[in-house]
Design a protein around this ligand. Sequence first.
Ligand SMILES: NC(=O)c1ccc[n+]([C@@H]2O[C@H](COP(=O)([O-])OP(=O)(O)OC[C@H]3O[C@@H](n4cnc5c(N)ncnc54)[C@H](OP(=O)(O)O)[C@@H]3O)[C@@H](O)[C@H]2O)c1
Length: 246
Amino acid sequence: MTAAPALASPSLTGRRLVVIGAGSHAGRAIAQAASAAGAELVLAGPDPRKLEWTAAELPGPARTVPVDLADEDSIARLAAEAGELDHLVSTASMAANGPVAGLSHEDIQRAFAAKVIGPLLLAKHLTGRVREGGSLTFFSGVVAWRPAPERAVMATTNGALAFLVQALAVELAPVRVNAISPGVVDTGVWDGMGSDKEAFLRGVAARNPARRVGTAADLVQAVLFAIGNPYVTGTVLHVDGGGRLA
Ligand SMILES: NC(=O)c1ccc[n+]([C@@H]2O[C@H](COP(=O)([O-])OP(=O)(O)OC[C@H]3O[C@@H](n4cnc5c(N)ncnc54)[C@H](OP(=O)(O)O)[C@@H]3O)[C@@H](O)[C@H]2O)c1
């Protein structure tokens, strides 16, 4: 048996991270944590104002680059502006929820762009720029394992992403490729429910084996693990309180 090495430092000093979705919610929290750990950030997302807002609150250096995962040219521009990088994290999502009979083709395509086609194009344009030890981390979601009515597109795109990271981990090796699959997480994305939000979250917590809903910090911790552990690739890390089982 080989001796156990000292635990790797969680420091990201000198590492360049590209965070897509950095303008809001989980992406913003990931950017803040990575910056606090010493990383140099490239903040990407569809809304330049939100990216500037995130950048202004980071303790370390950051550049902002608008990107739309439905537009390959913008992905190519992001790659060119990012230059060499260590890790890419994408929280990108565009929902196409509702009864199948009412779905628009365009909305379905945008949902696939965020979670399937966009990640493939990110791999195409960015992998050659990833430094030794680097990784790509994408966000899937619990509904793939626990489908619900009016969530057919969400279930399918998140499920496809889970298989995509396995395929990319094999093809892009030694670049590591993983997915985080959140359950219901109070990142701020549920705030639009207004006064119904608290009862909704309480109901979810009562059903979850973990008996709670997730926090942005739970997702940040999972991302730092996925990018920091050199023996983790081709994996879906479920951060769902066991919600896919209940
Ligand atoms: N929070 C949960 O309960 C939960 C549950 C299951 C799965 N997830 C998954 O976890 C991830 C993070 O969730 P979240 O709570 O942070 O929700 P969120 O705010 O909806 O995250 C989606 C992100 O995608 C970005 N985005 C939208 N259109 C884009 C485009 N065309 N190109 C690139 N980026 C685009 C958004 O940027 P803007 O804000 O600038 O529009 C936003 O930052 C998502 O993939 C979500 O599906 C979350």
